[in-house]
Design a binder for this molecule. Structure first.
Ligand SMILES: Nc1ncnc2c1ncn2[C@@H]1O[C@H](COP(=O)(O)OP(=O)(O)OP(=O)(O)O)[C@@H](O)[C@H]1O
Length: 442
C-alpha cells in the first residue's frame, strides 16, 4: 500500500446466512455434505473497493440498512468479511457503537488503559495522555466508577476522549457525535477538526448531508450494500439528496392520496417536510458561566457572556425570527489601544455561519485605560434554521488597519456559548438561514 494511502478496501463482501428456524442451523451442520441448503443468504455488502488518502476525510452516506455499520465494523476488525481485504496504515481509533471496546465492569480509568492497550499504546504512553483524556471527557469522579453505571452521554464523552487523544492515523466515526449534550457535540467536533488539520485521516459515517458537506473531502454513497457513487462531496451529496427527496415526496404524496380517499370533503392536513429533532430544554444552562480567565494574565478578562432573548432575559434558546442580543462584558487590566471584540456563530460541524465585530461595524477600534469595564452588545434577528444548536466563538483583538494586516488576537474562546434555535413547524426551513425576500408574480 502506498504511503499516501491510509486505508485500502478491496473487493469487500459480507454475506449473512439466515436460518428461519433454529433447528435449520443444526440440519445444515449435519447435512451440509448432501449439498442441501437450510438457510437464506443475505448480502449485506458486495464488491466494495475504495481508498482513503492520507490526511483526507471521507464521508459515507446511505439510508438505513445500506451497509454502513457493517463496513465500518469490518474495517475495525470486529467483523470478518466473507470476501475481500482491508489494509490500514497506522493506528486506527474507532467510535462505533457507544462504548464498543469498553468493559462495562471496569471503571472509566481501567477502560482508558484497556483501550490504550487495544490501540497499541504502552502503559507509560497512556500515563502520559491520561490527564488530557480526563480533562476532555470531563466526567469528574465518575471515572472511578464502573462504566456500566454511566449515562450514554458520559459513555460518549469517555469513548470520544480516548479515541481522539491516542493520536490515531485513521479515525473512524459512526454518528457517535450525535450522542451527548449540545455542548459536548460542539467541543468534540472542534477537536475532530483539529485532528483533521493535523493530518489524521477520517472515515465518517453519517445520515446528515450537512455534516458530510461540512467535514469531508470525498464522499461514498452506499446503497443496498454496494457503492452507488464515489467522488467529490458536492456531486455525491447532491445526487444522494435528490434521491432522498424523491423518496420522501413519494411517501408524502402517497399519504396525501390516502387522506384524500378517506376524507374527500375535508381539507388536507399540512405536512411539514422537515425533520424536527426533539428539543432538549436545558434550563440549567440558562445563564452561561462567567469566565474570569485572564487573557495572558495581564490585559483583559471576560466578566460575562450572555445570550438574551426578545424580552431581554438570559436564555439558552431562541425562536426562529426572534430578536436577540449577545452581550460580552470585559474588564481591562492594562491600558490598551486599538481593541475590538467580535464573535462567530458556528453550527455543530464547526462551520462558521455568521459573525460580527466592533471593528467590522464601525471601521475603527477603541482605546481603553486600565480598570475600565466595557460591555459590547450585538443585537439582531435570529434567521438561522431552527431545530439545532449553535456555538459562539468569542475573539478580542487588537486591530487598526482595514486590511487587518496588524490584527492580533489577544483572547479567544472557541466555545464561549452554546444555544439552540427552536424549530418552527409552521415555518419549516430547508436551508441554513432565512434571508427576507420580497415576493412578486408579474
Ligand atoms: N447479524 C446479521 N444477520 C443478518 N443480517 C444482518 C446482520 N447484521 C446486519 N444485517 C443486515 O445487513 C444490512 C446492513 O446493515 P447495517 O447495519 O450495516 O446498515 P447501516 O447502513 O449501518 O444502517 P443504519 O443506518 O440503520 O445503521 C441490513 O439489512 C441489516 O439488516
Amino acid at each position: 500500500m502506498s504511503s499516501e494511502v491510509a486505508l485500502t478496501v478491496k473487493g469487500l463482501a459480507k454475506r449473512y446466512y439466515i436460518y428461519d428456524k433454529p433447528h435449520r442451523r443444526l440440519l445444515q451442520m449435519l447435512l451440509a455434505r448432501t449439498g442441501r441448503r437450510f438457510y437464506r443468504e443475505f448480502v449485506a455488502l458486495q464488491d466494495i473497493s475504495f481508498t482513503v488518502p492520507k490526511g483526507k476525510v471521507v464521508g459515507i452516506l446511505g439510508k438505513n440498512g445500506a451497509g454502513k455499520s457493517t463496513l465500518l465494523q469490518i474495517i475495525c476488525g470486529t467483523l470478518t468479511p466473507s470476501d475481500g481485504t482491508v489494509e490500514v496504515r497506522g493506528r486506527v481509533a474507532a467510535l462505533l457503537e457507544l462504548g464498543s471496546g469498553f468493559n462495562p465492569e471496569f471503571t472509566g480509568i481501567e477502560n482508558i488503559y484497556l483501550n490504550g492497550q487495544i490501540l497499541g499504546l504502552s502503559r507509560d504512553e497512556v500515563d502520559a495522555k491520561l490527564a488530557d483524556i480526563l480533562a476532555f471527557a470531563d466526567i469528574g469522579d465518575f471515572v472511578y466508577q464502573p462504566v456500566k453505571t454511566y449515562s450514554s452521554g458520559m459513555f460518549a464523552r469517555l469513548a470520544f476522549s480516548v479515541a481522539v487523544n491516542v493520536e490515531p492515523d485513521l479515525l473512524i466515526v459512526d454518528e457517535a457525535l450525535s450522542v451527548g449534550d449540545a455542548w459536548f457535540q460542539h467541543k468534540s467536533m472542534a477537536r475532530m477538526r483539529q485532528l483533521m488539520e493535523s493530518g489524521c485521516s477520517v472515515l465518517f459515517v453519517s445520515h446528515s448531508i450537512d455534516a458530510v458537506r461540512a467535514l469531508c473531502d470525498e464522499a461514498i454513497w452506499l446503497e443496498q450494500g454496494r457503492v452507488k457513487m464515489h467522488g467529490n462531496v458536492t456531486d455525491v451529496t447532491n445526487a444522494y439528496m435528490n434521491d432522498v427527496f424523491i423518496e420522501h415526496n413519494r411517501i408524502v404524496l402517497q399519504s396525501m392520496k390516502q387522506v384524500v380517499a378517506a376524507e374527500e370533503s375535508t381539507s388536507l392536513p399540512t405536512t411539514t417536510q422537515q425533520d424536527v429533532p426533539e428539543h432538549d430544554h436545558r434550563s440549567e444552562k440558562a445563564e452561561q458561566p462567567i469566565s474570569a480567565d485572564l487573557v495572558d494574565g495581564t490585559v483583559v478578562s471576560v466578566r460575562s457572556k450572555l445570550l438574551k432573548n426578545q424580552q431581554g432575559q438570559v436564555t439558552d434558546h431562541l425562536h426562529q425570527g426572534e430578536r436577540f442580543s449577545l452581550e460580552f462584558e470585559i474588564e481591562i487590566h492594562r491600558q490598551i489601544n486599538n481593541l475590538s471584540l467580535g464573535f462567530l456563530i458556528k453550527d455543530q460541524f464547526g462551520q462558521e455561519l455568521t459573525g460580527e465585530s466592533f471593528f467590522n461595524t464601525y471601521r475603527k477600534s477603541l482605546n481603553f485605560e486600565a480598570g475600565q469595564t466595557v460591555r459590547f452588545v450585538f443585537s439582531s434577528t435570529m434567521l438561522l434554521r431552527g431545530g439545532q444548536s449553535y456555538s459562539v466563538a468569542l475573539r478580542i483583538n487588537q486591530v487598526s488597519q482595514w486590511d487587518r494586516s496588524d490584527n492580533v488576537i489577544i483572547f479567544a474562546d472557541e466555545l464561549a456559548m452554546v444555544f439552540d434555535v427552536l424549530a418552527d413547524t409552521d415555518n419549516p426551513m430547508w436551508f441554513m438561514f432565512k434571508m427576507p425576500f420580497g415576493v412578486a408574480c408579474k
